[in-house]
Design a protein around this ligand. Structure first.
Ligand SMILES: [Zn+2]
Length: 92
């Protein structure tokens, strides 16, 4: 088993790992955007203008079903450590 963590891309808005083509967002010209995922960014703009806290509230239940976190609380704590470092939230 070989892991390629160093080349793994994470969405710079919601921290979702982007592994296959359909995971990536799209630029205004239809090309692939490697910074953001398809759920956050399409056609050159964010799908929803929300705050970092709202994004964490939205994502926590999704990632807390035992993969990778076991509870919403655990997910939120982890996300509060990760999200401020992401490109979308760092610039604000
Ligand atoms: Zn995303």
């Amino acid at each position: 088993m070989q892991r390629k963590d160093e080349t793994m891309l994470f969405c710079q808005s919601c921290a979702m790992p982007m592994v296959k083509e359909g995971d990536f967002g799209t630029n205004a010209d239809g090309s692939q955007n490697t910074d953001y995922c398809v759920y956050c960014y399409q056609d050159g703009k964010f799908l929803s203008e929300i705050t970092m806290e709202e994004m964490i509230d939205f994502c926590a239940p999704i990632v807390s079903k035992g993969n990778p976190y076991n509870s919403v609380k655990q997910a939120k704590v982890a996300m509060l450590g990760i999200f401020p470092k992401l490109k979308r939230w760092k610039e604000n």
